[in-house]
Write a protein that binds this ligand. Structure first.
Ligand code: PEP
Ligand code: MG
Length: 291
């Protein structure tokens, strides 16, 4: 059984109908790269940059970040690496950001909300991403989007960064820009958001908790916190439909991406990338080839 799964390492999974699906890895650090490659990851569908900012006394510098993102991109080239901008909040504080107490941190000042108010923290990351994009396979993903204005603001900040990098003579590249679909607002706005970005990535962990109004960390509401709940599946289908209508690609990067009982559902809805922890990759590739 294990041997049979190992054979999937080098397989590019294609369904019986001929649909190619990219099976990528969710990573939090460069140390996890060898295991991802070993498992047969076809790139990175979610690089959680918050781990670079956590458990340290100072914020990572632009240079430090540029090096990490560049090394990540180089390790997987020519496969894509989707790097998510800082997604941190009151439940996961970092040194250098003053998080005031919030009664509802999951509904509070987190992810893009915090970043847009702290360009001193956000812009070094954006500049580092622009620099790493020289490798050619970087895609940038914005978390916790709930309004189109947030995407416009990110684009404006990227433009500012380019205007700063040019006179410095610092090389930078181009990249696809995408948004996480993980709030009900983003689902309802999917048609508009799809006009603003190059791709969507569905974060089923947060999408489930927000659609079901059931804290993802509270065991007392675990029975409601199910990605296969019809309410969540309809939210996913609606998002996929909007992506298809706008002709942009769509991936899934929450835990549900690795669920074999949902593989067929995702593919039928037009999902072309599933990103998960490395250990789930061979099994998911197998499920795709069997679909
Ligand atoms: C998600 O919300 O599904 C997701 C992938 O992001 P995170 O688990 O880091 O919040
Ligand atoms: Mg999330």
């Amino acid at each position: 059984e294990k041997k049979a799964l190992e054979a999937y390492r080098t397989v590019e999974p294609v369904t019986s109908a001929g649909i190619r699906v990219e099976v990528a890895a969710n990573l939090g650090s460069l140390a996890e790269i060898p295991a991802a490659l070993e498992a047969g990851a076809m790139g990175v569908g979610l690089f959680r940059t918050e781990f670079l900012f956590m458990e340290r006394k100072t914020l990572p510098t632009e240079d430090e970040q540029a090096e990490v993102y560049t090394r990540l991109a180089e390790a997987f080239a020519p496969y894509p690496v989707v790097i998510r901008t800082l997604d941190i909040g009151g439940d996961k504080p970092i040194t250098g950001v003053d998080f005031e107490h919030e009664d509802n941190p999951f509904l509070g000042w987190r992810g893009i909300r915090m970043c847009l108010e702290r360009p001193d923290i956000f812009k070094p990351q954006l500049r580092a991403l622009l620099r790493a994009s020289v490798v050619g396979n970087v895609k940038v993903l914005i978390p916790m989007i709930a309004d189109g204005s947030e995407v416009r603001e990110v684009r404006r900040l990227f433009e500012e960064c380019r205007d700063e990098l040019r006179p410095e003579g610092t090389a930078f590249g181009t990249f696809e820009l995408g948004v996480m679909i993980e709030t009900p607002a983003a689902v309802f706005l999917a048609a508009e958001l799809a006009q603003q970005v190059d791709f969507f990535s569905i974060g089923t962990n947060d999408l489930t908790q927000y659609v079901m109004a059931a804290d993802r960390l509270n065991p007392k509401v675990a029975s409601l916190n199910r990605a296969e709940h019809p309410a969540v599946l309809r939210a996913i289908s609606a998002t996929c439909k909007a992506a298809k209508a706008a002709n942009i690609w769509i991936g899934v990067c929450g835990e549900a991406a690795a669920r074999q009982d949902l593989t067929g559902f995702f593919i039928e809805n037009g999902v072309t990338e599933l990103s998960m922890s490395s250990t789930s990759i061979p099994r998911t590739k197998q499920a795709i080839t069997r679909f």
